[in-house]
Write a protein that binds this ligand. Structure first.
Ligand code: NAX
Length: 327
């Protein structure tokens, strides 16, 4: 199939956008045969900078890039979108309370949810990277009543990838040999990267690393990795976040690695005791634009308490946006 796919990206002039757009246009999202049309959304003040990025995209002469359009109107950009990558969000400014952050992003994601509802392709898939990703996805989904809820997901793949890389390093193997990792809950400090079912080169990960390493080193390092990158780079994770966004969207559209699963925040159907309707991360398998939660995993007492803590945070975010009238 060589019909171009229409991919919308928001926050396209931001740091993640600068890495993401070139990789999409290169074919890293839908494969080396499939042309893409890029539709890029930015706030009006960022459109001049985005024009510069568009010049660079043209100058790469990517054979798969059918065309690029930019605009600051969500209804124009999302018109006919088959895949919408919602990266743009309002960062937390100094002195901003959490409720201010939820409200500022609420304004963005209610509007974008409605626009997607009205003008996106019937078969659209929506992936939210912009933080707070889970709750932004919940807001967009609830404001798009005509789009099936399963079409919305939020990114925990960066956490999943960080966990895989760290486990591979600790066990002195390659990430290609690490399987069946799970990230549960919120993309925040409460996330739970779970090694209970993980395998390394065909052996249970927990036969190779100590429980103490898991609780005292692995979990805190994975959940604080974003802060560590920010501290070192003086800017938040960008290329790795773009790469994880691609991994997420590519697996969703083309299927995850055979014999493995991945992690994605999706609208809960009540699996593993996560209240239905919350956008929470689960281990999932994917194919053809659809996902399903991996069922039947045994949840240890430790895992239960970590999952419950992260889910409680998601419930409080949901309650806050409900009170603000955003959902
Ligand atoms: P930047 O601040 O560099 O870029 C964000 C861009 O979004 C800006 O160009 C801004 O003008 C644009 N924007 C703001 N409001 C918009 C709107 N209403 N419509 C369209 N565009 C709008 O941030 P960047 O480093 O690119 O990060 C983007 C988002 O990803 C942030 O919310 C960030 O917190 C989040 N992240 C999420 C991660 C995840 O794993 N889920 C990891 C990386 C990243 O921190």
């Amino acid at each position: 199939n060589t019909t171009p796919v229409t991919v919308a990206v928001t926050g396209a002039a931001g740091q993640i956008g600068y890495s993401l757009l070139f990789r999409i246009a290169h074919g890293d999202l839908l494969g080396p045969e499939r042309p893409v049309r890029l539709r890029l959304l930015e706030i009006p003040q960022a459109l001049p900078a985005l024009e510069g990025t568009v010049m660079e995209l043209q100058d790469c002469a990517f054979p798969l890039l059918a065309d690029v359009e930019i605009d600051s109107d969500a209804r124009t950009v999302f018109d006919g979108a088959q895949l919408a990558l919602l990266v743009g969000a309002r960062p937390r400014a100094k002195g901003m309370e959490r409720s201010d952050l939820l409200e500022a992003n609420g304004a963005i994601f209610t509007e974008q949810g409605r626009a997607l509802n009205d003008v996106a392709h019937d078969d659209v898939r929506v992936v939210v990277t912009g933080n707070p990703a889970n709750t932004n996805a919940l807001i967009a989904q609830r404001n798009a009543p005509d789009i099936p809820e399963s079409r919305f997901s939020a990114l925990t793949r960066l956490d999943h990838n960080r966990a895989a890389a760290m486990l591979a390093a600790e066990t002195k193997t390659s990430v290609a040999k690490v399987k069946n990792l799970s990230v549960w809950g919120n993309h925040s400090a409460t996330q739970y990267p779970d090694l209970d079912h993980a395998m390394v080169a065909g052996r249970p990960a927990l036969d190779l690393v100590s429980r103490k390493w898991v609780t005292d080193t692995f979990i805190p390092t994975v959940s604080q990795r974003g802060a560590a990158v920010l501290q070192a780079r003086g800017a938040s994770s960008a290329a790795s976040a773009a790469s994880a966004t691609l991994d997420h969207a590519r697996d969703l559209m083309l299927g995850n690695r055979h014999g493995d699963w991945t992690s994605m925040a999706v609208v809960s159907d009540g699996s593993y005791g996560v209240p239905a309707g919350l956008v929470s991360s689960f281990p999932v398998t994917t194919s053809g634009g659809d996902w399903s939660v991996v069922q039947g995993l045994e949840i240890s007492e430790f895992s239960r308490s970590r999952i419950d803590a992260s889910v409680a945070e998601l419930e409080s975010e949901r309650d806050a946006v409900q009170q603000l009238g955003l959902i």
